[in-house]
Write a protein that binds this ligand. Sequence first.
Ligand code: SF4
Length: 679
Amino acid sequence: MAEPAIQPPRTWGHTVVHTACPLDCPDCCSLAVTIERGKVIKIDGSTVAPSTDGYICGKVRRFDRRIYSDERIQHPAIRKGPKGRGDFQRITWDEALDLVAQKMRDAAERYGAESVLPFYYGGSNGLLTNELEDARLFRRFGASRLARTVCAAPTTAAASAIYGKMAGVAYEDYELAKLIIVWGANPSATGIHLVPHIKRAQQAGAKLVVIDPRRTPLARQADLYLGVKPGTDLPVALSLIRAFFETGRADAAFLRDHTTGAADLQQLAAPWTFERAAAEAGLAVQDIVTLFNWYADTSPAVIRAGWGQERKRNGGAATMAMLALPALAGEFGVRGGGYTLSNSAAYGITQETLVNTPAPNTRTINMNRLGHALTEVNDPPITVLFTYNCNPLATMPDQNVVRRGLEREDLFTVAFEQVMTDTARYADLLLPATTFFEHYDIAKGYGAYHLQLVRPVIDAVGEARPNHEVFRDLGARLGLAEPDTDLLGESGALLETAARMPEAARAALLEGAPPPIPGHGRPIQFVDVFPKTSDQRAHLCPHDLVTTSSAYAYQADPASETYPLALISPASEKTISSTLSEFRPGIASVKIHPEDASRRAIADGDQVRIFNARGEVHCQAAVTPEVRPGVLSLPKGLWTRSTINGQTANALAPDTLSDMGAGACFNDARVQVTLLDRN
Ligand code: SF4
């Protein structure tokens, strides 16, 4: 296979280089990066990916702040002070990798290889730096496996169960919809390139409905806004399903020809009248009735299903019920009708094919229970924690227990990171990682349909190295793989990976061919794409779920008299994950409704204490009707520096798991809030 056509600059001068953004975001923007004297001086959107349309978000426009940050980890270093203080002493790469190999060998000898836990996520990484060479290494070693469930696990389980992760409606086709329902998503912050299409649809007369506990920017422009209580999307969706059957407006022909389980679904939805759902969700009955009538009467209608509804106990069932609606309404088979969730499975690329190394039958640790795993699991205990592509102290539930685990003196923690994160401060060993401006990667959009090559546009900063190089080198030191000097090179891992991809995907990646999506990148569901279930039908009540009685089962709100308020932690325009949260200025604000604030004599700008039995967060109050009564909202992805006492929303989040996919239940945090100086 030939080298990719466009090579990164290695000469000094002023040039514009095209690459792509792999950060955790549905859009997969194409980027034009201006380089001067070997440094990034400007980052802009390009039109290489048409949906980018020349503009990008503010986060990546200023990504150079991270590349050249004072907090950038530039060389391997070993801890020299107490854990958490962040004091390190420089060592060489050889010393560092020898040490990791020795610690892993020692752990395996004393406790077994499962006492080593790789801890990682892939949200801000493409196919090359996420579960590839790392997976090969840790599988061969026999380490504990990680269930990567912090995000998208319930929605993935739900979409897989019903449609086998069918490709969704393309952004462009939203302009043809006459009704758009944005449910559990805030595209103004996460997926900004969908917004202009929605606005153009509105200008052409389409109605917009937003369902979200927060009055998001799109909610403010919506024809109908349903400010549901967190965790009650399921009753609302079930009441719509019930109404389709009760009123005889369900598309009987579609249900007969393209689905299974409609009768079971009808039975399960039967108890959910509009009145009961409205009472549970804190909505006006008439608003749900209006939503039903609009949805039943309008075509094409599209649902943009997000991830907000999944971050709680009912997350999987809620998503299944939302996704069942287009089948009942007969909204498939027409351009601009159907749904969009994640399109990540649309490219015909499976990670298993790329990894090409069998997974051992070792134990699996759910990442949402990291604190528990570090402090309570003894069979065997985790003694080597290798973190990369993530910042678990900032991002995992039950933060104070995670911190206690990281403080263990008998735990050897590696942080393979770009900058000094909260987690890196607790590491025993730091390894410097390249950013996506310094290595090859493969980015695929999960909203916009793009498969793009991420190219290094500058030389690595300091001694930073890319993932594939480090894991391959470590594997060689452990005797698990022969070093292949070709593949250690700049593009070797890329070409090896591309060779394992289906031909159409490979051509899109290396030769700029269109992405391998049916319907010329604008698939019509049930015309160009069909469910990837065994019979190509939508399984409205997947058999295994129905027989275990867990399908569409509603679990009531966990609020109590002591902790009556729901704390949610949604993504914001500044952070979708914790990446780049280091640049949030000052102390974060918790949004609180005026009624809840007044009841507690809290004024805008006051310092407050949000607490429950797991921890407490000291921050500022922002009194605003943007959140509904009974709900507090603190941004997702905060680092500990963003609050007065170094705890974030995740200190209050339980490590319980969702109904499907064993996902995180961040938004099941129930809390109380008071003025800080009263305590
Ligand atoms: S984070 Fe999203 S909007 Fe921002 S540049 Fe990357 S893909 Fe585009």
